[in-house]
Ligand binder design. Structure first.
Ligand code: PNW
Length: 457
């Protein structure tokens, strides 16, 4: 055969993933479940926020969402058809403890037991997030109160005790910055407050304290050995070029730019530069807090969407963020700049700075302007492009030996995209929100091939 004949054989096999690499999909309770008044669930800050006019695109709410509360068997069928080994979903605190604390609601636990049994019957390993922003509205002061961190730990311990027969992988919280800063500082997310820096920094502290106390409570209450981690979206600093000075700038940026959250969790302290920067607004820390916050983790989960480019700089701190030019390409959500190296740098930076035993990509994916064509199909080639490029970059991380063990695609389904309502579709299955009918997009067929071949296709 001539050397460059047009061959039928895929050539992508040089992007094969390590044997045993885990492929999965991710969702979160408020974004997919619906059934907000069912079986004893009480309102969360997101129910309240979504029902406040002007907060969400077209005043949409998660009241019905994907109705996964009722359609979970269908969703597990979709997962099975993809061939995933794992599924990351979140438990709604307000189904387990409708008031956030006090009396547990047995019907909430029953529901998640049914979901877990369905997953396990299909050989799908559950990875459970305990808090994906849906804070029970009854908790006084929300995350402004230290008691909320303690209430979270009680809830986490209770779930670990009752579900660790079925679940061996727990994530405490999802994305500190989204439920602290966006909720209490900028007001874009529930509960929509715009607090001054001192109070907003205290909210951050209560967020990471909840995580730390949660880790301890899960370990103390689980029925056997479990793996405990979190799902975090650190600012994903990418060096503008791979030269020593810019690499050094990115390394510093990773640690200093993520000081209130991931750095504090990984190092068990607030680093000097953060305390200095915040001065009198620095959070109030009680004895024992930082020890809990720094609890050793079995894995770190990273949610990765977009890069923040950084370069070496002559300023005292030595690094500067480079803002994207207007022409920088992005997906349907304007914040999802397409810079796939960010997934490689997330894994490498976290590994080199903190050496966690394992890393998962707990979210990666994008919105795209999906349309159902005349043939009834959704040809989301831009999503496939985004995912293929990210998986090619993640492959580099596996080749260089960083301990990345698995990947969860955000998301299994189109769903309630927070303040964007239903206007931004992230699923590899299209959802008709009138009928709740699910339809695999072309990206679902593509992902099934990636999984089956354990390689980028
Ligand atoms: C994550 N930003 O949120 C969440 O974990 C998901 O619930 C969400 O649906 C997904 O990413 C897609 O947005 C983010 O503005 C929301 O930088 C916003 C930002 C980042 C993450």
């Amino acid at each position: 055969m001539p050397k460059f004949a047009f061959s039928q054989e895929p050539h992508a096999s040089n992007l094969a993933y390590p044997q045993g690499f885990l492929w999965g999909c991710a969702t979160a309770a408020y974004q997919v479940e619906g059934a907000v008044h069912e079986d004893g669930r009480k309102p969360t800050v997101w129910d309240v926020f979504a029902h406040t006019p002007g907060k969400i695109y077209k005043n949409e709410t998660g009241d019905k969402a994907d109705d996964s509360y009722h359609l979970y068997k269908e969703d597990v069928r979709l997962l099975h058809d993809l061939g995933v080994q794992t599924y990351r979903f979140s438990i709604a605190w307000a189904r387990i403890f409708p008031d956030g604390t006090g009396q547990p609601n047995p019907k909430g636990l029953d529901y998640y037991q049914r979901v877990l049994d369905e997953l396990l019957a299909h050989n799908i390993t559950p990875y459970v997030t305990l808090f994906h922003w849906d804070l029970p509205a009854a908790l006084p002061g929300g995350w402004q109160s230290r008691d909320t961190s303690k209430a979270f730990a009680e809830y986490a311990g209770y779930v670990a005790k009752h579900l660790s027969d079925r679940v061996k992988h727990f994530m405490t919280t999802n994305e500190f910055t989204c439920f602290t800063d966006l909720g209490y500082r900028t007001g874009h997310f529930a509960p929509g407050l715009k607090l001054p820096a001192k109070q907003a920094n205290q909210v951050r502290h209560h967020g990471i304290l909840a995580h730390g106390l949660g880790v301890q409570a899960i370990r103390a209450n689980a029925q056997g050995p479990v793996q405990v981690g979190l799902a975090e979206n650190p600012t994903d600093y990418v060096p503008v070029m791979e030269t020593p000075e810019h690499l050094e700038a990115a390394r510093k940026a990773w640690r200093e730019g993520n000081a209130p959250f991931l750095t504090a969790v990984m190092e068990g302290r607030y680093i000097e530069s953060y305390l200095k920067e915040e001065g009198a607004n620095a959070p109030r820390v009680e004895p024992g807090d930082m020890e809990a916050i720094g609890s050793k983790l079995d894995f770190v989960g990273l949610n990765v969407y977009a890069p923040t480019y950084v370069r070496a700089d002559s300023s005292p701190r030595g690094w500067a963020v480079v803002n994207p030019p207007a022409s920088f390409p992005h997906m349907a959500s304007d914040w999802i700049y397409v810079g796939p190296e960010c997934i490689y740098w997330a894994v490498r930076s976290v590994s080199e700075l903190w050496h966690p035993p394992a890393i998962y990509i707990t979210e990666n994916g994008c919105s795209s302007d999906d349309v159902v064509n005349a043939a009834g199909q959704i040809e989301d080639t831009d999503r496939i492009m985004y995912l293929r490029n990210h998986l090619s970059q993640l492959h580099r991380a596996t080749q260089e030996g960083y301990p990345v063990k698995g990947y969860f695609l955000w998301s299994l389904l189109d769903n309630f995209e927070w303040d964007d309502g239903y206007s931004k579709r992230f699923g590899i299955h299209y959802v008709d929100f009138k009928t709740e009918k699910r339809l695999p997009k072309m990206s679902a067929a593509w992902y099934a091939q990636v999984i089956a071949r354990n390689t980028v296709v």
